[in-house]
Design a protein. Structure first.
Length: 185
């Protein structure tokens, strides 16, 4: 993901998990909107989000009848602070979101959530606040290789089936299967 640049410059060369917060209020009754996700991230951070961070919002609310498994976007808090968000609904049992990860011992819902989390993180890194990398058709790096897999990825001794991500460099070097799609950690 670090090979890309956009209107906002070079994307980051590293990422780090900086913690989590639990919201013990009732979950939303339906899928979050972008404005709802932004409001939640602003609330949790006291309107002081890390401008270089992305706030993943996991809910027990099912995705419902929507055309996505998860999404990422951006907005601003009431004080103008920029924030990136990713919405991760409960996608357990949604056939279109299941990566078919049967060999690693994860539940279907957890395997699906891990796969779409990796996808949205990669896209949030390469397309922060809609100023990053897109192909000529408007696809982000995760979209170009959506639902293509090449084995599993080892994360802290646990294997996960995560979709591949697009690489211009791999495509130009005739690498990847399909060409340009790489499995990464």
């Amino acid at each position: 993901s670090t090979e890309y640049t956009g209107s906002n410059g070079q994307v980051t060369t590293s990422s780090a998990y900086l913690g989590h917060a639990f919201d013990t209020t009732n979950p939303p009754s339906s899928a979050l909107s972008v404005s709802g996700a932004v409001a939640e991230a602003c609330k949790v951070t006291g309107n002081n989000p890390d401008p270089n961070g992305v706030y993943f919002i996991y809910t027990s609310t099912g995705a419902g009848n929507v055309g996505y498994c998860a999404w990422h976007s951006y907005g601003t808090c009431s004080n103008g602070a920029p924030v990136q968000v990713a919405y991760m609904p409960n996608i357990d049992g949604l056939a279109g979101c299941n990566p078919g990860d049967t060999s690693t011992g994860h539940s279907e819902g957890l395997a699906a959530l891990a796969n779409v989390t990796a996808h949205e993180l990669s896209e949030a890194i390469t397309d922060p606040r809609n100023g990053g990398w897109y192909d000529s058709s408007g696809g982000e790096n995760g979209d170009k290789c959506a639902w293509t897999f090449n084995g599993t990825v080892d994360l802290d001794g646990t294997s996960w089936k995560l979709q591949q991500e697009w690489s211009n460099n791999a495509y130009n070097a005739s690498q990847g299967s399909p060409r340009g799609c790489l499995q990464g950690n």
